[in-house]
Write a protein that binds this ligand. Structure first.
Ligand SMILES: Nc1nc2c(ncn2[C@@H]2O[C@H](COP(=O)(O)OP(=O)(O)OP(=O)(O)O)[C@@H](O)[C@H]2O)c(=O)[nH]1
Ligand SMILES: [Mg+2]
Length: 354
């Protein structure tokens, strides 16, 4: 999974990135794009590791990209925003960080702190960028449709779809409201439309506001939540054992890192299944609704091809009966076929013909 963090200048993006990745980001470094792979914390792996003492433990991972902010109110800034679009178009999910903290040493965007207006600015620019892409392509198609060509029918279809896209964007509706069918999604996937991607809106508030502030109104966001990037940065530096108490002092329940990762999973409709053995205990990411044979294919294409069955036990059942032996004795280990829909936390052992 690939995620990009974006927003206006000095909204706290790199601080959120640092908190999520555990990396330290030099506040005086020139604004630049950074990238890191984050391991997804999963308590279930800890339990399985204790049981099996495997040679290797592999968590699911998320790739996070931190982008510098640009002023969207001057031509140079908008030019720079445009330059980073190819990177943004590749990701599956956008995290927009909006500033809502007072700090006299950090200049505010347009000299005022107005979180709701800032969100609208970023969102408006996303719509505008998609409209530009759509318009450019429509103009091209208009020309080529005037001449006979072997791809005429396909182009006509594309034209109809993009015309609907243009109408929606002009009416300030995101493309996620237009592109709903799987074949449409496929047809426009190469454009990487921003307003088609799930978006998480993060309101970055001062320490004193974090317990009371409400999430921003972000109409088309998959989720909207509040954090204090400066608290998060402090937590990242603490011993894990001290984190809960530290957060409780601010009235915060969980570190935003965990919430952010969880929200990314939910927004993308992802779940994890687990595999275990003496060699490796591992978490794998799949889309909700995936079948056993699709899960097998995630591990190895050969396992999908030769699939016989999946020996399955729910993580909670395993824990309730201590180990595999206990779960088996209690009749909790099932034999499932190709079309079994895998549930979050299922432990799978795939049997396949070589
Ligand atoms: N008081 C306070 N300061 C913050 C908070 N979040 C970020 N800052 C400070 O604001 C400055 C900018 O934060 P960054 O995380 O670098 O902001 P950014 O969005 O990555 O900035 P650009 O990449 O330059 O667009 C840093 O000096 C941070 O320490 C916060 O929640 N509270
Ligand atoms: Mg930054």
């Amino acid at each position: 999974m690939k995620v990009a963090i974006l927003g206006l200048p000095k909204s706290g993006k790199s601080t959120v990135f640092a908190a999520a990745t555990g990396l330290s980001v030099d506040p005086y470094a020139p604004p630049e794009a950074r990238q890191a792979v984050v391991r997804v914390p999963d308590r279930r792996l800890d339990y399985l590791t204790k049981l099996y003492n495997p040679k290797k433990v592999t968590e699911a991972t998320i790739e996070i990209i931190d982008l510098p902010g640009h002023s969207l109110h001057d031509p140079k800034g908008r030019e720079d925003w445009r330059k980073q679009l190819p990177t943004v178009r590749q990701v599956e999910l956008l995290v927009v960080v909006i500033r809502d903290f007072e700090n006299p040493t950090v200049p505010a965007y347009r000299d005022r702190v107005d979180a709701q207006a800032d969100f609208e600015t970023v969102w408006g620019e996303m719509m505008f960028s998609d409209l530009e892409t759509v318009t450019t392509r429509v103009d091209k198609l208009e020309k080529s449709l005037k001449k006979p060509s072997p791809t005429h029918d396909a182009e006509k279809h594309e034209m109809a779809l993009l015309t609907r896209c243009r109408v929606a964007l002009e009416a300030e509706k995101p493309l996620s409201t237009v592109i709903t069918a799987e074949n449409e999604r496929h047809a426009v996937s190469s454009f990487g439309f921003l307003t088609e991607k799930p978006l998480i809106c993060v309101r970055n508030v001062s320490d004193s506001q974090v317990a009371s502030a409400a999430p921003l109104k972000a109409a088309h966001a998959a989720d909207s939540f509040v954090l204090s990037a400066s608290i998060e940065a402090e937590i990242a530096a603490l011993d894990p054992a001290d984190r809960v108490a530290f957060l409780a002092d601010f009235g915060v329940q969980a570190a935003a890192r965990d919430r952010l990762i969880q929200t990314c999973y939910t927004a993308l409709g992802l779940i994890s299944f687990l595999t275990m053995g003496a060699d490796e205990v591992r978490a794998w990411t799949i889309t909700k609704g995936s079948t056993a044979v699709e899960a097998a294919g995630k591990i190895h294409t050969d396992l999908a091809r030769g699939f016989i069955r999946a020996e399955t036990v729910a993580y909670d059942d395993l824990v309730a009966h201590q180990d595999m032996k206990g779960a088996r004795a209690a009749g909790k280990v099932r034999k499932e076929g190709k079309t079994y829909v895998v549930a979050d936390g299922d432990i799978l052992n795939i049997l396949a013909n070589a």
